[in-house]
Design a protein around this ligand. Sequence first.
Ligand code: COA
Length: 159
Amino acid sequence: MNQPNLKSVSIRDDVVFGENVTVVQPVNLYGCEIGDKTFIGPFVEIQKDVKIGQRTRVQSHAFICELVSIGDDCFIGHGVMFINDLFAKGGPARGDTTLWKNTKIGNHVSIGSNATILPVEICDHVVIGAGAVVTKNITQSGIYAGNPARKIKDLESNG
Ligand SMILES: CC(C)(COP(=O)(O)OP(=O)(O)OC[C@H]1O[C@@H](n2cnc3c(N)ncnc32)[C@H](O)[C@@H]1OP(=O)(O)O)[C@@H](O)C(=O)NCCC(=O)NCCS
């Protein structure tokens, strides 16, 4: 009988952790950088070259792919999905990383559960609603929701 090629989730030793980082296992982390006092919940995957700042929370089941960077004091809700491959040539890039695109999340950005973030830039002090699909850069602080995500409100404070 055939046997599958088994691999396991792990925290590879090339992950760079700041001080006082908390990780709830199991997670799959490799080649990424996690800043001081950041929290990583269970069932999270963070791929290589991702950078996450300080005091950020990444809740369970989030997927953070290559070419994503996330700032300080952010909240990445449960099941938030980042995307770097837009299927630009009618399907997956199948390893052609020249087709992948970057995402940059600023500081004090809170992303609600199950939101999907296409390759975009999001400025500081933004809230993204649960289930939103962010398809365009967000350059103004505020609350955004829906598919595609649109601004629904100003943020009352930048705190
Ligand atoms: C987007 C959000 C921040 C807005 O909260 P709010 O300012 O209190 O907004 P309101 O409840 O007053 O809703 C304003 C309008 O936006 C709509 N709306 C609210 N959240 C929405 C969402 N996630 N997606 C689509 N529309 C949404 C409401 O239906 C309402 O529409 P209406 O004016 O037509 O009635 C909030 O609803 C949300 O999604 N938070 C995410 C929380 C989360 O995921 N937490 C994770 C940890 S548990």
